[in-house]
Structures are given as structure tokens and as C-alpha cells.
Design a protein around this ligand. Structure first.
Ligand code: AMP
Length: 190
């Protein structure tokens, strides 16, 4: 069982690279952003609450996200090769909750793939993605708020995982295949 966290700012390429990791390693994909967007589409209470935070570039409160993640993990069942966590954890509280949930299943986070991309490139990518994604939060104004949220609440996790010797730093600028070659090597090495 291999559990991978793909970590990085909005626009760093987590979703794109997750698809390649799934194709090579056969792990299950949990993207909390995707789960929230399907809740919004379905018009659930969680979706209605989440939309207010998402559209303002803020994080959805930990308690809601952790419960949602626990339910999503439960639904995967036991007979799996591992999970790639995409967009989760985003706070220290979420990382601690993830460690507890995985420990209860006798497993752990094996490696954290950290995609590092400079801010100008991130904003450029998000605005470009907004032309086709249909996402209300893929525009320059919300992107800047999302980056502030990332630096304030999510980046501290890098240190959290470096201390556990789990952080694999990956240059997130270059061709998709070049970036993926380094990710694949880091996963194989863990
Ligand atoms: P993403 O698709 O990962 O960029 O997520 C889009 C938005 O969903 C984020 O900007 C947050 O508002 C919300 N979101 C996704 N994952 C989380 C999380 N783990 N914790 C809190 N909010 C989240």
C-alpha cells in the first residue's frame, strides 16, 4: 500500500500529475476540490456552505473537510493499492487527522510530492485554466486570495513533512513529462 500526498499551491499541477501517478501506480484518487465541486453541483448542504468559502478563495472549515474525507476513504474499501491525496491536507489539523485515520487502518503517508512553482507562473496558469474549466475560482482576483490562503495556512505543512523526512521537492516548471519523471522517481524511492 502506497499513500501519496501531492502538495503545492493552486495551479502547481497537482491534478495533471495525479492522473499520471494513478496511471503508473494504480492508486485511488481523492481530490477534496473535486468532491466539493460535486457536492456543489448536487446542491447539498455541504456544497452550499463550501461554495461560499471556495468562491472567496478561502479554505472550507477543517471539521467539514475531515468528515468528508473520512467518508470518502471509507467508500474506497480495503482492497486497494494505495491513495493519492490531492488538495488534502491543507492545514496542520487536517494532516494530523489524516495520520490518525490512516493509522486506524494500519497504514500511513509514505511520501509527499511537493510541486514548487513561482507565483507569477501560478496566476498565469490559473487564469489560463479559467478559460475552459468553468470554475468560479479560476480568475486572477480569486487566484491571488487562494495564494494568500496557501501561504498562510497550507505552506506550514511543508515543514511538518520535512521534519518527518517525507517531503520530496519537485520543480513544478517544465514539460509535464519532465516533471512527472522526477515525481515517479521520488515515489519509487519511498
Ligand atoms: P482545489 O480544486 O484543490 O484547488 O480546491 C478548490 C477549493 O476547494 C479550495 O480553494 C478550497 O476553497 C476548497 N478546498 C479543497 N480542498 C480543501 C481542503 N483540504 N481544505 C479546505 N478547503 C479545501
Amino acid at each position: 500500500m502506497k499513500n501519496i500526498v501531492i502538495f503545492g499551491a493552486p495551479g502547481s499541477g497537482k491534478g495533471t500529475q495525479s492522473d499520471k501517478i494513478i496511471a503508473e501506480f494504480g492508486v485511488e484518487h481523492i481530490s477534496t476540490g473535486d468532491v466539493l465541486r460535486s457536492e456543489i453541483k448536487a446542491g447539498t448542504d455541504l456544497g452550499k456552505t463550501a461554495a461560499m468559502y471556495i468562491n472567496d478563495g478561502k479554505l472550507v472549515p477543517d471539521s467539514l473537510i475531515i468528515d468528508m474525507l473520512a467518508a470518502t476513504l471509507d467508500n474506497l474499501g480495503k482492497d486497494i493499492k494505495g491513495v493519492i491525496f490531492d488538495g488534502f491536507p491543507r492545514t496542520i489539523a487536517q494532516a494530523e487527522a489524516l495520520d490518525t485515520m490512516l493509522a486506524e487502518c494500519g497504514t500511513k503517508v509514505d511520501t509527499v510530492v511537493g510541486l514548487e512553482v513561482d507565483d507569477d507562473e501560478l496566476i498565469k496558469r490559473i487564469v489560463e485554466r479559467g478559460k475552459t474549466s468553468g470554475r468560479a475560482d479560476d480568475n486572477a482576483e480569486t487566484a491571488k486570495k487562494r495564494l494568500d490562503t496557501y501561504y498562510g495556512q497550507t505552506l506550514p505543512l511543508k515543514e511538518f513533512y520535512i521534519k518527518q523526512d517525507k517531503y520530496a521537492k519537485i520543480n513544478g516548471v517544465g514539460s509535464i513529462d519532465e516533471i512527472y519523471a522526477n515525481i515517479s522517481a521520488a515515489i519509487k524511492a519511498c
